[in-house]
Design a protein around this ligand. Structure first.
Ligand code: UD1
Length: 432
């Protein structure tokens, strides 16, 4: 199992480039299942989750070509099966995004029910209820969700989500694109990734209005066709690099980003003393103000508010801020796993319900720690960069799911970080 070895203390300086958004590329790849014609996607990040999503498409019968490293040319003409197996779904929940497109185009889909994960139970009941509202018959058979559209076609309907769900909104948007008649989604997620997916679907011939707002209207069409689309930059990677500059007292120019996609996070970090300058619409210059950082409270909420996917990184930053910050997590019930590892590095963090209270500024000291999920790994990398001495981060396969070339990117701006492979080969024993 690979580990990261990080020697902290070096201020990060230079230019760093943001990759394509994982959470946008995942639904966009799934959307290619809606058409028999070729869809070309550019700026697809080369990360583990996208490799898994590609494998899922190929298993279903699609052809995926890669004419250039970050471009995928996908033709889902000859789909042979309508089933996403447990082996894939258990490694990546986003495989449930195949449900909507398969159901809409072929009138049937079978996707293994994702179990819980490190950050909570994460059900998909809202997706399934919405499919039922579009006329599907949904059942659970031996751990699989089986959905069928009677007479092979979904029927447009009004879908009101009880709770904002990102992939749920995406799944329904894709399903409704080929449904008969009009679908209106109320309480839709407003994340930039939803807008990006709608843009791709509209290029394919869908008729979607209002994506990026809480009400989305979709006029179903008969078929979808070919399209070419460039995935938006990853806003969470952008936010992670902002913290990397600030926490190391460095100065980074972050290129190929869309600052307006992370307005709330940028605002919060500015309030806490991070200097963030927009050099142009796709470049930020970030440094820590001479006065240092001040603790500021934060509550995670759906977009456009502070994203849960930045909570762990922000917590690492707050260990270096003067004062007390209360960090409240409202999206996932168990998303403080990184905190106990940050405490191992010397952070002062206490919990009450879904709030973590961080007292700073504390001197962090390198230690062996363990990553528990994707964003938790990022938080540990950031804290290790600010710590004195050496930190070993175990289980970095979590970070490989969503951060492209993180070691190379951070090294290029002065971080002392390397990936080591555990030669003892304890993997099998450890996993038991
Ligand atoms: C997506 C993102 C993930 C991010 C999350 C919240 C992708 C691939 N992943 O995950 O990085 O952290 O949004 O911004 O885009 N819920 C239900 N029933 C459902 C669906 C969701 O109760 O059917 C609950 C979840 O347990 C959670 C909340 O709703 O408490 C929001 O989850 P959701 O927005 O669906 O997260 P994902 O789409 O899985």
């Amino acid at each position: 199992m690979d580990k990261f070895l990080i020697s902290g203390g070096a201020p990060l300086k230079g230019k760093i480039e943001v990759s394509g958004a994982k959470n946008s590329a995942l639904p966009c790849l799934a959307a290619t299942l809606l058409s028999a014609e070729t869809v070309i996607l550019h700026n697809v990040p080369y990360v583990k989750d996208l490799i898994t999503q590609r494998r899922l498409l190929e298993d279903l019968g699609a052809t995926v070509l890669t004419p250039e490293l970050r471009t995928q040319k996908i033709t889902a003409k000859n789909i042979e099966t309508f089933e996403a197996p447990y082996e894939l779904v258990k490694t990546m929940r986003a495989s449930v995004l195949a449900l909507g497109p398969l159901l809409a185009r072929f009138g049937q889909a079978k996707v293994s029910l994702p179990g819980g994960c490190a950050i909570g139970t994460r059900p998909i009941d809202l997706h399934l209820k919405a499919f039922e509202q579009l006329g599907a018959v949904v059942s659970l058979e031996s751990g699989d969700v089986v959905a069928r559209a009677p007479k092979g076609k979904l029927i447009g309907a009004v879908v009101s989500f009880e709770k904002v769900t990102v992939t749920g909104t995406e799944n329904v948007m894709m399903a409704a694109a080929l449904a008969k008649g009009k679908t209106t989604i109320h309480n839709a997620a407003c994340e930039p990734e939803i807008e990006d997916l709608a843009e791709l679907l509209n290029k394919m011939g869908a008729r979607i209005k209002g994506a990026g707002t809480p009400v989305i209207e979709i006029e179903g069409v008969e078929n979808l066709g070919a399209a070419e689309h460039t995935i938006i930059p990853d806003r969470i990677e952008t936010g992670t690099f902002i913290v990397a500059a600030a926490i190391t007292n460095g100065e980074l120019e972050i290129k190929n980003c869309v600052p307006k996609h992370l307005t709330a996070a940028i605002k919060k970090m500015r309030e806490s003393g991070v200097e963030i300058e927009e050099l142009n619409p796709s470049t930020l210059r970030v440094k820590c103000s001479g006065k240092g950082l001040t603790a500021k409270d934060v509550t995670t909420e759906p977009h456009p508010n502070f994203p849960t996917d930045m909570q762990a990184q922000y917590m690492a930053l707050m260990t270096q801020a003067e004062g007390v910050s209360n960090i409240t997590e409202t999206i996932f019930e168990n998303r403080f796993m990184h905190a106990s590892e940050l405490i191992r590095l010397g952070a002062d963090i206490h919990f009450a319900g879904n709030t973590a209270t961080v007292r700073g500024k504390t001197d962090l000291m390198g230690a062996p720690v363990q990553a528990s999920d994707l964003r938790a790994s990022a938080s540990l990398v950031l804290a290790a960069l600010a710590a004195t001495g050496e930190t070993t981060i175990d289980r970095v396969y979590h970070i490989d799911r969503g951060y492209e070339n993180i070691v190379r990117k951070l090294s290029s701006v002065g971080a002392n970080i390397e990936r080591v492979t555990d030669n003892l080969n304890l993997t099998a024993a450890e996993e038991k």
